[in-house]
Design a protein. Structure first.
Length: 270
């Protein structure tokens, strides 16, 4: 995998296909494989770039002075500058949408179109923020994701009825189990705290271009329920597409539906 050195650390990324650029922003705790079905489908017509979050996949540790989602947006912009890419179509899921929208606020001239998937631009509700912080403390104390926590964390990402013996579920569970101690302490936990203590930027959403923005959400998304997406789509004035038979990682749970929706949207805007 190619990489760019940004803020002193190697940021690894996929770069596949040719044509207008589509940048895919991943969910927390997922590497580039989260987007495998989309990379395959979109790279037939587009140049698809998938940066891996700090501490995830092959990327290096969270750079020292990374304190906010605005820093993640700035770092993504630095990657585009290094690759000499002037404009992109940005598809961000979960935290990928959180920093993706901030990139659009920061540099609107760089964004041809924006898809916000299973994400929210408001602050994390206090109760869930405290809950996630308690999980981070347990991980920090253990220097690992303890076995009982694996079956607390993994289900958050999927629709309630997912087959827990399926390869999709088991592979993700195994990836959580495989995080090395130092990576958890240096990157995963601090990045999680950064994500879940984010500022509310909902008031900036009306500044996005309603005609080139799409909001999508899994119908059964638990951490980012559809009512949050409805609120965002209303503030932007853009279309909302609900993804059937999908929870938070809708790109993997219903890839055919997601691919068709993205290809249709990009055909009109990229």
């Amino acid at each position: 995998m190619p990489f760019a050195v940004i803020d002193g650390q190697p940021l690894h990324y996929i770069d596949q296909g040719t044509g207008p650029v589509v940048l895919l922003g991943s969910s927390y705790l997922w590497d580039r494989h989260m987007w495998a079905p989309q990379i395959e489908a979109l790279s037939q017509q587009y140049r698809v770039i998938v940066p891996e979050l700090w501490g995830h996949g092959e990327s290096g540790p969270l750079p020292t002075h990374t304190h906010s989602l605005d820093d993640l947006a700035r770092q993504a912009l630095a990657l585009l500058d290094q690759l000499d890419i002037a404009q992109i179509n940005l598809v961000g899921l979960s935290v990928g949408g959180m920093w993706g929208a901030r990139l659009a606020f920061l540099a609107p001239e760089r964004i041809n179109s924006l898809v916000l998937m299973d994400t929210h631009l408001g602050a994390e509700p206090e109760a869930t923020r405290q809950y996630y912080f308690s999980l981070f403390k347990m991980i920090e104390d253990a220097g690992a994701i303890p076995e009982p926590l694996l079956d607390v964390i993994a289900p958050i990402f999927f629709r309630p009825g997912i087959d827990r013996e399926s390869a999709l579920y088991q592979d993700f569970r195994s990836s959580l189990q495989g995080f090395p101690r130092q990576r958890l302490l240096d990157s995963i936990v601090p990045l999680g705290r950064l994500i879940f203590s984010r500022e509310d930027v909902l008031k900036q959403l009306p500044s996005l271009d309603r005609d080139t923005t799409l909001v999508m959400c899994g119908e059964q998304d638990k951490p980012r329920p559809p009512h949050e997406s409805e609120e965002m789509a209303e503030l932007i004035g853009c279309t909302l597409t609900l993804i059937p038979d999908a929870g938070h990682i809708s790109a993997r749970e219903n890839p055919d539906f997601v691919n068709e929706a993205l290809l249709t949207f990009l055909a009109n805007h990229a």
